[in-house]
Write a protein that binds this ligand. Sequence first.
Ligand SMILES: NC(=O)c1ccc[n+]([C@@H]2O[C@H](COP(=O)([O-])OP(=O)(O)OC[C@H]3O[C@@H](n4cnc5c(N)ncnc54)[C@H](O)[C@@H]3O)[C@@H](O)[C@H]2O)c1
Length: 402
Amino acid sequence: MTKVCVIGQGYVGLTISVFAAEHFSVVGFDLNHSLVKSLNFGQSHIEGIPSSKLDKLIQSGRYLATADPKDIEGSEIVVIAVPTPLDETRKPDLSYIDNACKVIAENVNKPVLIINESTSFPGTIRDYIKPTIEKYSKQKFEHMYAISPERVDPGREDFNQKNTPRLYAGLTPEATKRTQEFYSTFCDNLVEVSSPEVAEAAKLFENTFRQVNIALVNELAQISHALGIDVRETLDAAGTKPYGFMKFQPSAGVGGHCIPVDPSYLADVAEIAGVEATFIKRANEVNLDMPNYIAGRIAKDNGGSVKGKKVLVVGVAYKPNVADTRETPAELLIDELKDLGAVVSWNDPVVGSWHGTESSPLSGADIAVVVTKHDVVASEDILKSAPYVFDSTGKVKGAVQL
Ligand SMILES: NC(=O)c1ccc[n+]([C@@H]2O[C@H](COP(=O)([O-])OP(=O)(O)OC[C@H]3O[C@@H](n4cnc5c(N)ncnc54)[C@H](O)[C@@H]3O)[C@@H](O)[C@H]2O)c1
C-alpha cells in the first residue's frame, strides 16, 4: 500500500491524514511529542475528527502518529501542513516550512511527490520549498512538487474534505497528475489550475475577500450606530437582493489562523512586487480596532467609565462551537477593558482553560460582553449574568447590540 506522510498533525494535517488513511498507509509526523502520544491513544484534538474514527484507523494499522523523523522513510507522497504565521513585524514567518523542508530532505530515501497545503504567498512551492529541500538534501533526488491549498473550516458540518472543491497544480505535468490521483481518492471535486502560483494566490484572495468584507461591515456597524439605525436589519434588508450582494455580519473582529493572517501574506508579496495593498492594510486596522470601539461603547453606556467594574467576557474562542482561541478578538478586548480599569474575567465552557486561567461562572458581573456565542451557552443565562449585557454577535436578543 502506498505510504503517505503528513508533516504537522494540527487542524489541517490530522484532517488530511484521516481522510487519506481510508486509502493509504499514513504516517502523521509532528514535533509535538505529547500530541503524538495522545493521537496514538486514539484521542483526536480537533472538531470534525471523532476519536472513534482515529482509533479505528490506528487499530487497522492505517494510521500512525510519530515524532521520529525516520518514520518518514519509505513515503511516496509527503504533504506539508505546518503553521505559516506572521512574525513580530507582521511579515510572513516561513520558519516552520523551513523546518519541514529540512526533515523531508533528510529522511526521504527516494523521489517523492511533495504537496504543500500550508497557506503561503504565490511562489512558495517553486521559489522556496523546492530550493530549500534541495539545499538540505544530501542525495540529489528529482522530487515532484505541487500545491493544493487547504480550505477546511473546522467545526463546519455541511462542507468537508469530500465535498469542498479543491484547487491543485504541480510544477510539472506529472506532479499535477499524481496530485490529482492522490486527492481524487477522498475528494469529489478537484479543480486544476494552470500554475501553483494561481492556486496559492486564490487561497490568499479567498481569505482576503472575507477580511475586507468583514471590516466593511464592521465599519457599517459603527456608522449605523451613530445614525441610530439597526445594522443587522439593514444587512437583512440588503440581503433580500437576489444578486450582487453577499451578507457578512459585524463582530468584535476576526480571529483564527487564517483571516487575520493570510491577507498579510498577500500584502507582503504585493509590496515586494511594488504594489501597495491598501484595502488589506485598512481592513486590518478596522478589524483590530473593533475591541477598542466596543470597550468605548460599553464605557459610554455605563456612566462613561468601566473602572472598578466586574466585566465578564462571554465566549473567548474566535468562533462558535470550537475551542480555538488563536488570534481571538476576545484577547484584545480583555486587554482594552483592563487598560480602562475594569476587573475582567471570562466565560467559555467550550474553551475551558486559557492562558493559565479557568472559565469563570456565567454570573455575578456588572457588565457582560459577548464576543462568541456557542450553542451550548443559553442566551437567557447570558442575560441573567449581569444587569448590562453587550452583544457583538447579534444572537442574544434583549442585550445591547453592536
Ligand atoms: N486551521 C484552519 O482552519 C486552516 C484552514 C486552511 C489552511 N490552513 C493552513 O494550514 C496550515 C496549518 O494550519 P493548522 O491550522 O493545521 O495549524 P496547527 O497549529 O493546528 O497545526 C500545525 C501542527 O504542525 C506541527 N509542526 C510545526 N512545525 C512542524 C515541523 N517542522 N514538523 C512537524 N510538525 C510541525 C505543530 O506541532 C502543530 O501540531 C497553515 O498554513 C494554515 O494557514 C489552516
